[in-house]
Design a protein around this ligand. Structure first.
Ligand code: ATP
Length: 306
């Protein structure tokens, strides 16, 4: 069974098209990172999954259930950290947990879950006095109640300090190891890269890429090579030849290091071009595009072709 299935999902708000025909499948057990610039439609998608917002057209299922017709069945099996979550100011952390445990008919220990998110010390304090990050951790603990089959986390690391962000990554990994599917949106690409099996990039309401980070790199094709040369005499001739290779998009010399932007399979021809022109290669390293580079290259390409 698929964890999430979107089929031709469209959402219009007056004259704004927030989602423009999104097809997406997230398999059970996957850790899926949902990326996109501000206003791309990520929260709208999540709000449709949670039945907070109705789509204009298309359909969405979660764990095989229609998001609107069978929202109750879905609610029992998912855990959610929504955007703009709120806590009850007068209730303690423990009372929040007890409320969710009861409503989900679960038997979790409130303290244990609060320990997992690092706010067990404040278990008997009113949540109104929690800091922003503590509130977020509390809502996350509430999402973990009942070992949900699917966790939907909207920007889970916003508001967390670096330790909190690391703990969040660990928690996502633990939940995934338990067998849960995790679907989370984020702007913090390094976080996504560290934990996701698959990422989807949404832009202007359209899914413009869906792949593993490695797959996106392959599709993008480019990498950077930094070549250290033993001698720069006559290097201009070598650089001209390298720049004329169809698989090379640029080559720059800086003292004894040449930075070459090229396709991933061009490594040997670049190195040969140095040697053929009498320039000894002392060392070289390749730098893969980070998810950040891939993200900007995908979203900028779309802007150019739009
Ligand atoms: N209730 C609403 N009424 C009118 N327009 C809306 C509403 N909600 C969202 N939109 C519009 O739909 C588009 C998608 O917004 P959405 O919040 O889904 O994007 P997002 O990817 O979550 O952005 P961000 O990363 O900034 O949170 C935007 O143009 C936004 O202005």
């Amino acid at each position: 069974m698929t964890a999430i299935e979107l089929d031709g999902l469209r959402k219009e708000y007056a004259d704004v098209v927030a989602l423009d025909g999104v097809d997406l499948t997230v398999e059970e057990g996957e850790v899926f990172g949902f990326l996109g610039p501000n206003g791309a439609g990520k929260s709208t998608t999540i709000n449709i999954l949670l039945d907070f917002v109705r789509p204009t057209a298309g359909s969405a299922t979660v764990l095989g259930h229609d998001v609107h017709e069978e929202s109750e069945a879905i609610r029992e099996r998912i855990g959610v950290l929504p955007e703009g979550y709120e806590v009850y100011e007068r209730l303690t952390g423990r009372e929040h947990m007890e409320f969710v445990i009861e409503s989900k008919d679960a038997d979790d220990d409130p303290k244990e879950l609060l320990e997992r998110v690092g706010v067990a010390d404040a278990i008997d304090r009113r949540a109104g006095g929690y800091s922003k990050g503590m509130k977020q951790r509390l809502v996350l603990a509430m999402a973990l109640v009942g070992e949900p089959d699917l966790l939907i986390l909207d920007e889970p690391t916003t508001g967390l300090d670096p330790n909190g962000a690391r703990e969040m990554r660990e928690l996502i990994r633990e939940e995934s190891e338990r067998g849960a599917t995790v679907f989370f949106s984020s702007h913090i690409l390094s976080q996504v890269e560290a934990v996701c099996d698959t990422v989807g990039i949404l832009q202007d309401g359209q899914l413009i890429a869906k792949d593993t980070v490695e797959g996106l790199r392959d599709a993008q094709g480019d990498m950077t090579m930094v070549v250290t040369v033993g001698d720069t005499d006559g290097i201009e001739g070598a650089l001209d030849e390298i720049r004329s290779l169809s698989s090379v998009s640029g080559a720059q010399l800086d003292t004894d290091r040449v930075t070459v932007n090229c396709e991933r399979d061009a490594k040997m021809s670049v190195l040969n071009a140095f040697e053929d022109n009498g320039i000894p290669v002392e060392d070289f390293e390749t730098q893969e595009a980070s998810l950040e580079d891939l993200f900007s290259s995908y979203t900028e390409q779309e802007e150019v072709t739009a």
